[in-house]
Write a protein of this length. Structure first.
Length: 165
């Protein structure tokens, strides 16, 4: 599932982070580790990728990265607030300088009028900076949504790395 565009973008992000001596943690829900897989498809990624969390269930979000149960119950797993909490929790529970989180509805089922299939929320936390959050609605099937999510997350990591001191 890792195509040339994903691998090329991952290599660029790794090079940028390597040059700035930054470590990355991934916190993934709907992508199920695909972002970490894209990063590790590049030889030498171990000097940048500090760790990856696959937090597919609400329990995993709480246990692994500290997302509060109350937040999950009130806002739902697919929300800006949970994406922010996932990213910030990933930063706290790792030795990374940047943590990026992805939570969404990849389909084909699970969507509602308020939260349609293709809705994905992202969080990108950088030490000593405000967490960036983003909301996207991607078209296509499950694989297209997951691919677009990985590319978006890589772009967010690149922006955070450029902003890092």
């Amino acid at each position: 599932m890792i195509d040339d565009a994903m691998q090329t973008r991952a290599a660029e992000v790794l090079d940028l982070c390597r040059a700035k001596k930054l470590k990355i943690a991934t916190v993934e829900s709907c992508t199920g580790g695909l972002l970490a897989a894209a990063l590790t498809s590049v030889a030498g990624s171990s000097d940048v990728l500090e760790r990856g969390f696959v937090t597919y269930s609400n329990e995993a979000k709480t246990q692994l990265v500290g997302v509060p149960w109350q937040l999950l119950g009130f806002r739902g797993a697919v929300s800006e607030e949970v994406a922010r909490a996932m990213a910030e929790g990933g930063l706290v529970r790792s030795a990374a300088d940047i943590a990026v989180a992805i939570t969404g509805i990849a389909g084909p089922g699970g969507g509602t009028a308020a939260k349609p299939v293709g809705l994905v929320h992202f969080g990108c936390a950088l030490k000593s900076a405000l967490t960036e959050v983003r909301r996207e609605v991607f078209p296509g099937d499950r694989q297209a949504i997951r691919r677009a999510s990985v590319l978006t997350a890589l772009d967010m990591v690149a922006s955070a790395a450029r902003a890092a001191r």
